[in-house]
Design a binder for this molecule. Structure first.
Ligand SMILES: C[S@@+](CC[C@H](N)C(=O)[O-])C[C@H]1O[C@@H](n2cnc3c(N)ncnc32)[C@H](O)[C@@H]1O
Length: 261
């Protein structure tokens, strides 16, 4: 399996694996999604940008919320994901574009609301992208960003020292593994006001945690030389045994930050 965490722009990733990953995660978070649209006040006639839109499910959902008088735009640096988004259907009031978050192809004050879900953690320069999202928002418009802070992973079932090595290696393998805790830093520097950052914990079963995070985390630790294969195998066996006993646990803190331009 390819490394599903590699969503950095220009990554020669396996698009089919990336799409499977995005669909799997979307299913797990479907209920909370609607609440974030309400939280951001996305209503009829709004012009909304989803930055790093992936396969575009949020853009389609937003297009239904904003109606014919509004517009939902999805931009993503990965052409294969934009092609998949277009193939899934483009509502009359929606558009998908290939583009970079660090240089958004829109004039100043083009949108009432901008969203960036699990984007900033994949950027080499998240400040530049946050500045760009500020620029394309109208004064009084809102930005909502969602990112995990991967240093906050907790796993019950494996040895303490191996778990620490794996979490550290995973954090360091991402463009910004601390993205969640850094929202405020980037938002303040971009000039946003009324910044509110809400942390919440998502917990996954062993099957989902392994498929969506831990397999990639172990691979990062081996790749980076922090772990030998034998130690990795023993750690995973420990998690499997814990799962069989009903004592496995996985959780990570996710930060949802909303602010106004
Ligand atoms: C983890 S995915 C999240 C996709 C979508 N927001 C979701 O919640 O399903 C991260 C997305 O950011 C995109 N991305 C990464 N770097 C980017 C950049 N510099 N500019 C625009 N999009 C980028 C990736 O191609 C990928 O679609």
């Amino acid at each position: 399996m390819s490394d599903v965490t590699d969503f950095s722009a220009g990554a020669a990733g396996d698009a089919a694996a990336q799409i499977r990953y995005l669909d799997g995660v979307a299913q797990l978070g479907a209920q909370a999604k609607e609440a974030t649209f309400v939280m951001q006040g996305i209503e009829a006639n709004a012009r909304v940008l989803d930055c790093g839109c992936g396969v575009g499910d949020d853009v389609r959902a937003i297009s239904a919320r904003v109606g014919a008088g509004g517009e939902a735009v999805g931009v993503d640096a990965n052409g294969a994901l934009i092609a998949a988004a277009i193939a899934r259907g483009v509502p009359a009031n929606a558009r998908f574009l290939i583009g970079s978050a660090e240089g958004l192809p829109f004039p100043e004050a083009s949108f009432d609301a901008v969203r960036a879900e699990r984007l900033l953690q994949h950027l080499a320069d998240p400040q530049r992208a946050t500045n760009e999202m500020h620029r394309v928002l109208r004064p009084g418009g809102s930005l909502l960003a969602i990112d995990q802070d991967w240093q906050s992973i907790v796993v019950a079932g494996g040895s303490r020292s191996t778990t620490r090595k794996i979490v550290d290696a995973f954090v360091d393998s991402l463009a910004d593994g601390w993205a969640g805790r850094r929202h405020r830093e980037h938002f303040v520097a971009a000039g946003f006001t009324q910044i509110e950052s809400r942390p919440f914990v998502t917990s996954l079963s062993f099957v989902h945690a392994y498929a969506f995070v831990l397999e990639s985390a172990v691979a990062a630790a081996i790749r980076g030389g922090a772990l030998q294969q034998e130690e990795a195998d023993a750690w995973v066996r420990g998690l499997l045994a814990a799962d069989a006993r009903g004592t496995f646990f996985y959780g990570v803190t996710v930060f949802l930050t909303i602010a106004m331009r």
